[in-house]
Write a protein of this length. Structure first.
Ligand SMILES: Cc1cc2nc3c(=O)[nH]c(=O)nc-3n(C[C@H](O)[C@H](O)[C@H](O)COP(=O)(O)OP(=O)(O)OC[C@H]3O[C@@H](n4cnc5c(N)ncnc54)[C@H](O)[C@@H]3O)c2cc1C
Length: 332
């Protein structure tokens, strides 16, 4: 198994997050370079629902720890599972989603194993058998390339760093399914999860995982006007973000805040509506692949960053844009 590339599946009771599918795609590409296979690790209830989805993305093997205990005590069970299996089977490396849960688990596994972690990674290749990862630093102003001296290589890949691509053809009998159990030490049972609340809202993708993000700022002038941002996001099947000015005014929940003191997002498309583009906001979104800004002030700093800028009143532009997108979607 030494050449295998493992993926820790991020899911909520079997509903597999989009970033997990991206990780499986990346693992397949890396495994082609290491000469191993992609291996998925699944912990918790819901494998019946998740299994067929995971299989489409081509892991050769899945290691499943089913049952409630795996998700009952915060991150400790997942840490015990990953650290134990990695120590036993010595894969080339493990990919985690670079979201708060994935980064915490990776850091704790690294501490257990004395391994290094590459976090917030936006691109990865293999040179001389080791990973070379790219990640943005200083709020995205600089891109750093870094590597680890020795495996197991623990790598946290940011959502949308790579597209999720299904494996070309399903191999019969694949993936091989292996059920595993993990003996949880008493110390891992100290913090019990008592409730889970879905804060993504209205079935929209979470802002830090969505491939399209539409964010609103103070230019919206009133919380009710976030309906314009939501309608545009829904037309694009995207998530909704907000500037800190909008969040501080109580117009939108803090969970949606993009920026230095909010979420860092790297979607394929980021649309800033009535946002000036302060440095602290840019720190959270400037690694987006394509940035569109809608602002009535032609001198607004956001235009220095935008790939496409619309100088205009958002109350005119956004409804027309949404209408046109819906019209074109209906024609498809
Ligand atoms: C330590 C620290 C941390 C911070 N962290 C964050 C953070 O995480 N995220 C963040 O966003 N900010 C953060 N900030 C705040 C940041 O400095 C800005 O104050 C904030 O981003 C401004 O939000 P805004 O662009 O919505 O508002 P404004 O700067 O007021 O911009 C509103 C924009 O809307 C435009 N506008 C107005 N009316 C219309 C209209 N009708 N049509 C089109 N455009 C219109 C205006 O031209 C203007 O450009 C932080 C600040 C500090 C000091």
């Amino acid at each position: 198994m030494a050449a295998d590339v493992w993926v820790v599946i991020d899911h909520e009771r079997g509903a597999v997050s989009r970033v997990s599918l991206q990780l499986l795609t990346a693992a397949r590409a890396l495994a082609a370079g290491t000469g191993g296979q992609a291996v998925a690790l699944f912990a918790g209830p819901g494998w019946e629902q998740a299994g067929p989805v995971v299989a489409r993305y081509g892991p050769g093997t899945v290691l499943v720890w089913a049952g409630e205990e795996a998700v009952e005590f915060q991150t400790a069970p997942l840490v015990a599972m990953v650290a134990g299996l990695v120590a036993d089977r010595q894969p080339w490396g493990v990919l985690f989603a670079s979201v708060p849960l994935g980064k915490e688990v990776a850091a704790r596994v690294a501490a257990r194993l004395g391994a290094g972690v590459l976090a917030d990674v936006t691109g990865i290749t293999i040179e001389g058998g080791a990973p070379v990862a790219e990640h943005p630093a200083f709020g995205g102003a600089v891109v750093v390339r870094k590597t680890l001296r020795a495996g197991p290589f623990l790598i946290c890949l940011k959502p949308n760093a790579v597209p999720a691509v299904e494996a070309a053809a399903a191999t019969p009998g694949s993936p091989a399914e292996e059920m595993v159990t993990v003996a949880l030490p008493e110390a891992a049972r100290r913090a019990r999860v008592v409730e889970r609340v879905d804060t993504s809202g209205a079935g929209r993708p979470a802002v830090d995982q969505a491939p399209v993000v539409v964010s609103g700022g103070r230019g919206l002038q009133d919380p009710a006007n976030f309906a314009l941002v939501e309608a545009l996001a829904d037309a694009l099947d995207g998530g909704v973000g907000a500037s800190r000015a909008a969040v501080d005014a109580g117009w939108y929940p803090h969970a949606a805040q993009v920026g230095q003191t909010g979420k860092t997002v790297s979607p394929q498309l980021y649309i800033a509506v009535g946002i000036s583009g302060a440095i602290q906001h840019r720190a959270g979104m400037q690694t987006a692949k394509t940035i569109v800004a809608i602002n009535k002030d032609p001198d607004s700093p956001i235009f220095a960053l935008a790939d496409f800028g619309v100088v205009g009143d958002l109350f005119d532009v956004v409804p027309k844009l949404t209408e046109e997108i819906l019209r074109r979607k209906a024609q498809r």
